[in-house]
Design a protein around this ligand. Structure first.
Ligand SMILES: [Zn+2]
Length: 428
């Protein structure tokens, strides 16, 4: 599919690179292998295996990158970002008062932050006007560094709906089809639909925004153009409709009732499991996790105030309600359908922290190895790029990250990125 970033392709020479380290996680096995090496030719993985074997296949003029006691893994994939928003705690009204030009600059900054954190592929989930497309064009021309980026362009929303300020409003089946056609024509790699209200003033997160027929019209048209679909679904009602309409991936899946309360519904979880829909629970977004991390660090260093202790307790209790819904949903055999996504840009969700979502997946019952696989192999499948990225295997693009420590045993290793490679080229 789309997504292979042109600039990465252009820069890479026919140089042969051997990358080796004491440990390697390939995105398939749940444990790390020791003393492995990867041979990269023309930006793709030619071979992976024990260092002694790979040494025999490595020509004498190859570049050798020895990362010592690091652990190599496939580059991380973030399925949910908003590049044009700064993630600096401002609300939507304030952030969207920026010009498109400033939003492009914000995106350029955010791309670098994500790449430095080992995130080599992202989905850009909706920006205003041409901002998303411009960022992708900048990446492809090699003007700015950043992860391989799949863009939705603008999210499709109903009149006055969530993110209506991005300017892709559609009501009714005919307008849904037209919006999909317009976005595909402008260069959308996939289609994002706001199927419920959200944080945008005037919308109701616990209410659906589209009928099954409207959603289905968009899905049908998108699939006609070989584009996958993603639906923002906070309301229960929207979750049911997204499944019925054949949406490929459901964002948030919060089980919200119209009154704004979270109430798990086993029938909906069963529907989701049977349909095979992908689910991106955006856990750090709902729980306000960056603030929890900040306050816990203060508590651990004894610099926390009495007010902050109260705030931390309140945030932790609120987070637990969301994590409990997630645990109950997972009971329906959904582990292998979960795709982590940061929702970064929104609120206080700064770029560079997919690690937070993986920590939260461990808190709801994933092993560290399963969390890493969800952010690599499973995410690659969900975004339609399983043939190109997501595992360290011959033929795949050599997007590789190195961690200090073994992330299959210690999820905190994901926060300790020591090297990042894009198509075999070291960028950190
Ligand atoms: Zn979002």
């Amino acid at each position: 599919m789309e997504g292979s970033s042109g600039a990465i392709g252009k820069n890479m020479s026919n140089q042969i690179v051997q990358i080796r380290a004491v440990q390697l996680v390939d995105g398939i096995s749940t444990s790390a292998k020791t003393d492995q090496a990867i041979l990269v030719t023309n930006g793709r993985i030619a071979a992976v295996g024990p260092q002694a074997e790979i040494a025999k296949q490595t020509p004498p003029d190859a570049q050798i990158v020895d990362l010592g006691d690091a652990c190599l893994a496939p580059g991380l994939i973030d399925g949910h970002t908003h590049l044009s928003l700064a993630g600096d705690g401002r609300d939507y009204v304030q952030m969207f008062s920026e010009t498109d030009e400033m939003m492009v600059l914000t995106g350029a900054m955010n791309l670098q932050r994500h790449l430095a954190a080992g995130i080599t592929t992202i989905r850009e989930h909706g920006a205003r006007n041409r901002v998303g497309f411009t960022l992708k064009e900048g990446l492809e021309r090699g003007y700015i560094p950043g992860p391989r980026t799949l863009v939705s362009g603008r999210p499709i929303t109903c009149t006055g709906g969530h993110f209506h300020m991005c300017n892709e409003t559609a009501d009714g089946e005919a307008e849904m089809r037209r919006s999909v056609r317009r976005l595909v024509h402008e260069g959308a790699d996939y289609i994002k639909i706001m199927a419920s209200g959200g944080g945008t003033v005037g919308t109701i997160p616990g209410r659906a925004s589209y009928s099954v027929a409207e959603l289905h019209a968009a899905v049908h048209e998108a699939h006609h153009f070989h584009r996958l679909t993603v639906a923002h679904c906070r309301a229960k009602e929207s979750m049911v409709r997204a499944v019925e309409a054949g949406i490929d991936l459901m964002e948030h899946a919060e089980f919200l009732d119209p009154d704004g309360e979270l109430r798990f519904d086993p029938k909906i979880a069963e529907m989701m499991a049977e349909s095979g829909i992908w689910i991106s629970p955006t856990l750090q977004a709902w729980t306000g996790y960056p603030r929890i991390v900040e306050l816990r660090a203060k508590r651990d260093s004894d610099t926390i105030s009495a007010d902050e202790i109260t705030e931390l307790q309140r945030l932790e209790a609120r987070a637990e309600v969301r994590l409990d819904v997630m645990r109950r949903m997972l009971d329906y055999g959904l582990h292998e359908r979960i795709v982590p996504g940061t929702d970064s840009g929104v609120g206080n969700l700064a770029f560079g922290h997919l690690d937070y979502d993986l920590q939260l997946l461990v808190q709801v019952g994933f092993t560290p190895a399963e969390a890493l696989i969800s952010a690599t192999r499973i995410s690659a499948e969900a975004i339609g790029m399983a043939g190109e990225i997501g595992t360290i295997a011959p033929g795949k693009i050599a997007d590789i990250v190195a961690f200090e420590g073994d992330p299959t045993n210690d999820i905190d290793a994901i926060s300790r990125v020591t090297a990042v490679f894009q198509a075999g080229q070291r960028v950190k």
